[in-house]
Design a protein around this ligand. Sequence first.
Ligand SMILES: [Zn+2]
Length: 357
Amino acid sequence: MHRPLDCFSKEYSEARDKFLTASQSVEGTLTSYKNTVPDLELELVTDVFYLGAKQASNLLVLISATHGVEGYCGSAAQIDFLHLLPEIDTDTAVLIIHALNPYGFAFDRRVNEDNIDLNRNFVDFTAPPSNNDYQELKPFLALTDLAEKSVLATQHSLEQYRLDWGDMRFEQAVSGGQYSDAHGLFYGGNKASWSHQLIQQLMNEFHISERQKVIVVDIHSGLGPYGYGEVISDHPPDSSGAKWARECFGYNMTEPAAGTSSSVPKHGLMDYLWHQNFPAQGCYVTLEFGTFAVDKMFAILQQENYCWHHPVSTEQKQSIQKQLREYFYPEYQDWQEMVLFRCQQIITMSLKKLAHE
Ligand SMILES: [Zn+2]
């Protein structure tokens, strides 16, 4: 199958232009939300496009770039959707949130303007979760310099922990979210970020809790087998949300809480806020496209994070940033085709489920 791949972009501003152009040819309402970051002239905007009747009973939500640099695949899928524009039931609407973390997308970072991992930012900040294992790993996760010897030494130490603790405990310690180290990896922040507040606003404006059926598909990349789009539900396995998600996606779906996913249970996911506002038939799934090995991801993130908090040469910083971008966005035809095919498949399944039964 050959698909046009011109919905993929080389950078955030191009992705935004393509999204705006694609939305102009479709009947719907566009609203743009500007994120003003001090001392930065670059225009950072989350664009939100709504198609369908305002009062439609059912809603499909498509989100891209929760993790900035992961926006390349999600943005392309959203633009592809607008190009193809499948038939949509008259009682169903579609809400497209393009570049939820525009800063991360623009700078090829996973985190936002405050080094916050947006998908760890949805916690009660009066009592943030603790992550004692992170504290233990912190001396090895935080590099002291970028010399190959130092980087390899920390990786060796971390590998020992992985062997001692097992994959799940180790990955939870590193990537499950931490709230004590603002310059560290997978930092969840100490307040609701700009994007977090925007999501709250959109949930009210688009009357999420008043709909009959809602499906949210949040498109990510970086975990799992190369090119495969894993449908991940972080609903508690016994909840009505998990039941509805299973009805929608069946055997496609995996659950970190049940240990069936390439993702581990995490603190502060954006999912949790949506879960609280869903009708009985409401679910939030992450559509996660695999790229490369997770160890490689941790090593690149460590080095990239170092570059943002220490003086390094422009060449060094650019080189690491490029590696990070390539990790989260393998810019190859096979990978891109798999992304578009799978997104179309999941969107079709969702629209069918919202329209019938
Ligand atoms: Zn992600």
